[in-house]
Design a protein around this ligand. Structure first.
Ligand code: ANZ
Length: 957
């Protein structure tokens, strides 16, 4: 019988073909939708009043939701969605109440850029894209609870995004209680005098603007004039996480400059310790945890004050306070605000000419150097290999332990955004300080004795000595000596000394910065913030939410020459005077007043920071989420101390952006009592990528992969030889294959099987359209084992299966169930295939219990054909909620194993025995075996060594 999808199909009217698959799949998809087959019930209030639900464990399974791109899906996109669907179906069949749905992360730049080009409102293009992707996804037969789906651009959704922003704005971090609290409680502390105001005046003596400033220093969402990443070419500012390692915009690859602009920030740094510590309780890939740990970047060290005549002191952050006696100069970041205060009018007498950079005065030198530094990215500035640049400020500071006067420089290798923006330089023991000291002819002092043979005269060294495995030298004053101590001990000693003398203390510093939260874009959530005539920010009352985006004609932020750092952002919303200038009664007792709206929008990360919560209770118009419902699906439980989604599947590229931001929002909502979970995602799984071959002609231009021919191991396009490499799949590389094409040619079940069979889920794999047919044939054989291709009749018989078949079946059940629970879908498919082949080979009609179990095994993977066969087998209930088969252990163990019997190390017999045989039974069997008896030939036995069930070794007397 031919197995191709060709004219031969016509001969068998009831063969499983693409046309039949299309019919089956459409029919059951309609049915499932109409029946609400995948709808997961929420607990109604108290679980105790809902015994049926209380008896079932729950599983909340999620995918990282897609951005509805205009290009639609290619076959790489659904890999994770199919995997979670198979997993969810198996969990559902294993007795869980499963919540699985999918929404759309629909604010974002592409729709806005498309709007700028075409004048189409981003909402219109986005909604069209959502419709298209929804149809593509539906074709795959994903078992989603569709009632729970939404797009982040729906005002009913972003109303709550704005609401959360208000919660964050209206709270502060209480470091004593180690949690966020309502800002009103902080105000009460100021009012009662329990907490002093910064300048010690009474709270009531402060003006409204002064109070607002004080509170702004505590709020978890605050506007500030800090230096931000400004990309003139994009026309917007960016978060640190959106700037690439070489200091350009992740999107668009434009230069990024540091500019002081008033922007909204989220005080994520208040949560640095908790974000770090709570990683331990999460079931996430170690690589992702490590990336988060590095991003948060906890460093233990000390703050040390270096007095400067007439200008207070310079505070540095150091992780090597043990080397304090070796600090021979200091460096401030060029932008440091102390610079203005310490520079003298003229260079001090005897200033080294190299230090001045040829400038007539310190002020001139500083101004010129600052300009030069502003044009560089942080990464360029920090590059280890780069020549060190800088300039003397003309000021000296006092080393607090040696009492020495040491020169203060500004240099771009010190960043304003890290530590205190100032360092003590220890050239003998820090590589960058060493290079700088060499360039500026500064002294170096060895204070940690090198363990190699370079000696202690640092001026003769080739490089800094940075090892911790050594003892301190040259480190004593009248009061303290570190000499002879190891680094760790010396650190502890000097830290105590600094504290006792009030010139420093031990501290922990984080690399994590506050999250820059405003963007100069149109297509994002408007801030629920207005400014009064004094410029004080006021939150909108909850009753004014959602604050909807105004209609505009021009969607683009103003963009500039990408290299022009001296530009200022201008937002699309600011051009809309009617929307911006409003008279409102905020309900704060001051009556209707004139206000100006905030014209920035939120970054596209906002909507994805909390969407898991909305899936739980999507239509709640009173609350973000009902607490009982949240507690049921996400609350802490055994093994999940911080709660969260049971399984979250997505790409590894979200290690620090989305996943860090979502964790932060979760913690704020948890602290404020809105949710019981302190983490959004308990288990994280990163799926691999589906890659595709890219074919390029001699000019390096990609040619359509579908038109390439292979001859003798070489590849040709229109007669010309082309090169082939494995790369990403996508429109621009002309190698995209759409799920629609594959569904059309073979059906969705085949596509699902193929994607799951390609390899382990977490490994990247190349797409090969020609291999898809293999899974199509598996489904055809499955069909043929149950349905007669000529008559369309079910062929199963009501007989008991034979022993052989029962063994094959129960081994498959056991293996497939374990593989599905462990997300090893490729091996699950291999086991189904093996079973199906076994049944095909055995020939004859299948006994009913075997046919039914086979269909149930396949159901999570290929749900449409399974539902069809299940019904044809006479069932009236959907296959979706059937129990997954359970293996009978009696049939799972191999029936016999081979035991080798040796005499003096030589194999004399092989016994087929039960694997559970005891040593004594086995010994008796072996000694009774005719071959053994013959070989012993009457000799007595000295010793019998038995290793049941595999080996018996007989030592004759
Ligand atoms: C003196 C010293 C001596 C240092 C020595 C290192 C070695 P991590 O581990 O990344 O936290 N540093 C501090 N603030 C800086 C800034 N704003 N820009 C550039 N460098 C800065 O690094 C901490 C170390 O980085 C600090 O310890 C400081 O140099 C430098 F043998 O202080 B160290």
């Amino acid at each position: 019988m031919s197995e191709t999808n060709s004219a031969a199909d016509v001969a068998a009217p009831h063969r499983y073909t693409a046309a039949m698959a299309a019919d089956i799949e459409a029919r059951w998809q309609d049915f499932w939708d109409a029946e609400g087959t995948y709808e997961a019930p929420n607990p109604t209030g108290d679980l105790a009043g809902d015994p049926e639900l209380a008896a079932k464990p729950k599983k909340f399974i999620m995918d990282m939701f897609p951005y509805p791109s205009g290009a639609g899906l290619h076959v790489g996109h659904p890999l994770g969605y199919i995997a979670t669907d198979v997993y969810a179906r198996h969990q559902r069949m294993s007795g869980h109440n499963v919540l699985h749905t999918l929404g759309f992360d629909a604010f974002g730049l592409p729709a806005e850029q498309y709007a700028v080009q075409t004048g189409t409102h981003p909402r219109i293009s986005t909604e069209a894209n959502i419709e298209n992707m929804t149809a593509q996804l539906r074709r795959l037969g994903l078992g989603h609870d569709k009632r729970r789906s939404f797009a982040t651009i729906e005002s009913e959704y972003y109303k709550w995004t704005q609401w959360i922003f208000l919660q964050i704005f209206n709270s502060w971090y209480d470091t004593d209680a180690d949690r966020a609290r309502p800002i009103a409680e902080l105000v009460a502390q100021f009012e009662s005098g329990e907490r002093a105001t910064p300048d010690g005046r009474d709270w009531s003596a402060l003006s409204a603007a002064e109070r607002a400033d004080v509170l702004s220093d505590h709020r978890l969402a605050y506007a500030s004039d800090a230096p931000v990443n400004w990309s003139p070419g994009l026309g917007t500012v960016l978060a640190n996480e959106e700037v690439t390692a070489d200091g350009r915009s992740e999107r668009g690859n434009f230069p990024v400059f540091k500019a002081k602009l008033r922007q909204w920030n989220m005080r994520i740094t208040a949560y640095a310790d908790r974000l770090l510590n709570d990683l331990d309780g999460l079931d996430w890939p170690e690589a992702i945890k490590l990336q988060q740990r590095n991003w948060i970047g906890r460093s233990e060290g000390a703050r040390v004050d270096f007095p400067v005549d007439g200008a207070g002191s310079i505070t540095v952050f150091t992780t090597r306070q043990d080397t304090l006696f070796g600090a021979t100069y200091m460096v401030l970041a060029p932008e440091h605000e102390l610079v203005e205060r310490i520079i003298p009018a003229a260079w001090p007498d005897g200033t080294h000419p190299v230090w001045t950079g040829g400038h007539a005065t310190p002020a001139e030198a500083v101004t010129s150097y600052r300009k030069q530094a502003a044009a560089k990215s942080d990464v360029e500035r920090q590059a280890e290999a780069k020549d060190k640049t800088g300039v003397f400020t003309g000021a000296y500071a006092t080393n607090p332990v040696s009492g020495e006067q040491i020169p203060v420089f500004i240099a771009d290798y010190v960043l304003m955004g890290y530590g205190t923006g100032a360092i003590m330089a220890v050239p003998a023991h820090d590589a960058r300080d060493f290079a700088f000291a060499r360039a500026f002819e500064l002294p170096m002092r060895c204070v940690v004795e090198p363990s190699d043979d370079r000696g202690t005269d640092a001026s003769t060294w080739e490089d800094a000595f940075g090892s911790y495995e050594a003892k301190l030298v040259n480190s004593a004053n009248d009061e303290i000596s570190l000499d002879g101590l190891g680094v760790v001990e010396a650190k502890a000693r000097i830290t105590d000394w600094l504290k006792e003398h009030g010139v420093g203390e031990g501290t922990v510093n984080f690399r994590l910065r506050d999250w820059l939260f405003s963007r100069q874009r149109y297509w994002g959530e408007p801030f629920p913030i207005v400014y009064d005539e004094e410029g004080i920010a006021h939150p909108l009352p909850e009753s004014m939410l959602p604050l909807e985006l105004p209609e505009v004609d021009d969607y683009s932020p103003r963009t500039f020459d990408p290299d022009d750092a001296d530009t200022q952002p201008e937002t699309p919303l600011s051009r809309n005077a009617d929307w911006v200038n409003v008279t409102l009664d905020l309900g704060d007792g001051s009556g209707p007043k004139k206000y100006r709206r905030e014209t920035n929008t939120m970054p596209n990360w906002a909507g994805s920071c909390w969407y898991e919560l909305r899936y739980l209770d999507p239509n709640n118009s009173e609350k973000l989420v009902d607490p009982a419902i949240e507690q049921y699906w996400m609350g802490p439980r055994e093994g999940q101390p911080t709660g969260g989604v049971d399984l979250y599947v997505g790409g590894a590229e979200h290690a620090v952006l989305h996943l860090l931001y979502a964790r932060f929002w979760s913690k704020v909502l948890h602290d404020l009592g809105h949710v019981s979970s302190a983490e959004p995602f308990h288990k994280l799984y990163n799926q691999g990528m589906i890659q595709a071959f890219v074919y390029r002609d001699s000019r390096g231009i990609a040619v359509p992969a579908a038109e390439v021919e292979e001859r003798d191991g070489a590849y040709y396009h229109e007669g010309e030889k082309v090169s082939r490499v494995l790369g990403k799949m996508g429109k621009s590389l002309k190698n995209a294959v759409t799920p629609d094409e594959i569904c059309g040619e073979y059906g969705a079940d085949t596509l699902r099987l193929y994607e799951m069979a390609m390899g382990p889920l977490d490994v990247s794999r190349p797409w090969d359209t020609r291999a898809v047919v293999g899974q199509y044939r598996l489904l055809q054989r499955l069909w043929r084992n149950i349905v007669d291709e000529e008559s369309g009749e079910v062929t199963v018989v009501d007989t008991e299966p034979g022993e052989d078949t029962l063994r094959a079946l129960h081994k498959a059940i056991d293996g497939v169930g374990g593989d599905m629970a462990g997300m090893r879908f490729n091996t699950a498919i291999a086991k189904v295939t093996e079973l199906n082949n076994h049944l095909t080979k055995a020939g004859g009609p299948l006994p009913r219990p075997v046919a039914e179990a086979l269909v149930l095994l396949v159901a999570p993977l290929a749900p449409h054909i399974a539902e069809e066969l299940w019904r044809r087998l006479g069932h009236t209930e959907s296959v979706v909620h059937q129990d997954f088969p359970v293996a009978d252990p009696a049939y799972v163990v191999d029936e016999t194993v081979t035991c080798v019997v040796q005499i003096k190390g030589k194999v004399r017999a092989r016994l087929e025995i039960s694997p559970s045989i005891t040593d004594a039974e086995l010994e008796a069997l072996a000694l009774a075996d005719p071959a053994v008896v013959a070989a012993l030939d009457g000799a007595g036995i000295r010793k019998v060594i038995v290793r049941a069930p595999k080996l018996v070794n007989i030592v004759p007397a």
